[in-house]
Design a binder for this molecule. Sequence first.
Ligand code: G4P
Length: 291
Amino acid sequence: MQIQWYPGHMTKARRAMKEDMKLVDLVVELTDARNVSAGRNPDIGELAGGKARLILLNKADLADECVTSEWIECYRKEGIRAAAINAKHPGFKKQFLQEAQNACSAILEKDRQRGLKKRVIRAMVAGIPNVGKSTLINTLAGRAAAKTGNKPGVTRGNQWIRVDDRLELLDTPGILWPKFEDRLTGLHLAMTGSVSDDILNITEVTLELMSFLLIHYPDALTARYGISRENDPERLLIEISGKRGCLKRGGEPDYEKAAGIILDDFRSGRLGRISLERPMDIREAQDENCR
Ligand code: G4P
């Protein structure tokens, strides 16, 4: 299964982002802490050019804490500014403001030397669909300034939101890129809900997720659904359909419905804190591609 999704409005949004780059001091790029590598659109780095940048691993409350620490350490070693956050929780605001000031210290210092003491940092909030851009903005602003929703690809216009006298944020639509490099990238984006469900075969995506869980988080499915210890995802899906009473009209098992329940449970954290990617796996895959 090779998943690709690049609807037309994203080309337009990318063009707008390129223009808006001229207006900002800082690019705040959100990725999904469960999906750190696949969740980063390479186009954003390219468009940001030499701008100050801050990478936020959002939804850290849903990800495996040890894996998130590995990612932060990995970025630290590469000299990249990164932090793990839960955008729903206002606790990160102080840390965010400090990180934004640090990332822009060179610009702020230059302004200070020119006699400009109070300088508003203008930051673009960018990322793929569904990583929590609007949630971040709303939490920082303390009000519902940006539209949230779990449906990827909902178009919205770019808008400036004032957080306080130190920070203004530019809300941008979620953008993906025209071709995912490999099969896993598309799959992981589908699992975390950054690709529209309308183009997916939910049962296939869920079976892939279950195979991953059986290897890396072997207790997750049994703990949630009280099913047998079995290593065949298809047989487990049949068992879960029965346990959850997923039946079509006429009494036939409804595997697609059961798959939808499992995927939803993963996305909302009901299967536990799970990370799909570790820095080590990505490095190995890159080495593999180099051979
Ligand atoms: P986007 O602008 O990047 O497209 O994402 P948006 O803020 O709309 O967030 C997408 C979904 O992710 C929302 O769920 C939002 O609540 C959830 N979310 C965002 N940040 C976090 C986080 O740090 N942790 C967790 N657990 N969830 C987060 P939803 O189901 O669409 O909305 P709602 O029912 O929560 O309102």
